[in-house]
Design a protein around this ligand. Sequence first.
Ligand code: HEC
Length: 374
Amino acid sequence: MKTATRLLSATALLWLAVQPLQAAERWYSEQQVKKGADLFAQNCASCHGAKGEGTKNWKTPDDNGVYPPPPINGKGHAWHHDLALLRGTVKNGGKPVGGTMPAFGDRLSKEDIDAVIAYVQSLWPEEIYQRWASRGEPRADAPDQPQSLSAQLQPGKRAVTRLLEQRLGQPVPPAVETPVKGIYQTRLGANIGYLTEDGRYIFMGQLVDLKTGANLTETAKRAAVTDKLAEVAQKDKVIYPASGEEKAVLTVFTDTTCPYCRKLHKEVPELNKAGISVHYLPFPRGGAAGPGYTSLKQVWCAQDRRKAMSIAKQQMAGDLPDPDCAAAAMVDRGYRLGNEVGVTGTPALFKSNGQKIEGYVPYQQLIPMVLGNS
Ligand code: HEC
């Protein structure tokens, strides 16, 4: 049917999701790069080359099926890995995933590993670094051992994912197995796609289990959304808690300037009374050029964000603070996150099970929708 168009729009979504609004700063210091350069020369250059250029035929395994050291200078795939995974690779080597790279966990300290990664990343062109950084918040305090380590590097899934990445020219999350043999599931923005084992064919659509009636695609989609939304800390939201016992949480991507966001805002007390906590995330329609971009930043910078939200939505008189503060970064993050979970307009509402409710719904109808199970 319209597979091509849908894939295209999924690609566009994904593209939006990986576009940073502002250039990300490098997470490391010059000192770390300097220290890392020495450590790299001593420990890594013998395999990956003096400047991380790797081996010429790194994509071709030798007769024993062993892959030669790949480039890690911004070519190749190392830049598709988040910081936690890069750390895990250096610490644990390639063995856990069937590779041959030695483990450095007993030779290099945590600080050494960070320094050597800092040096490796200093070799990446700015454009590659920005694309890497836009895939998530590069955090110096990311956990050491990502659960996805084996999932990301397991050879079969990796091959499937890589073909897709080559085709789209974009990093995609690792493919995972489905109950259907030879069919792998992948995510393009908020859309679920299915890949054949050889990575050659993809289809977008609904995978339904006729025995149980379960729509596996919808389940996967909701799980992806729930995971993404859970990454945001409470302190980064504007929360209107339920009065009395909390029966449900409703996450709302909002813009201060959108008429229906304002309409919904007036009804938040009704939702709270019904036991629904409202968690606001910022979503400037039109991104950094959008009308609400600055006023959302002002809200997130305010001491009393709830009051500021009402002022920005013109439901209260008062002044808004300067939009330049550390918390204002949440507005850019909210925009990226919204694009990733499939927000196309505001307000966009998500139930805690990841189900999306499109646009404004009057509270009398919204309350049973949020409290119901489907
Ligand atoms: C004995 C050779 C060897 C040494 C020494 C070595 N590596 Fe590797 N490295 C490899 C191979 C081979 C791979 C591909 C995966 C595998 O087979 O384990 C790899 C993979 C990687 C990757 C992931 C690349 C990708 O595309 O996914 C990174 C990052 C990396 N190495 C960094 C380092 C750093 C940093 C050091 C030094 C602390 C180092 N390596 C030392 C051989 C080596």
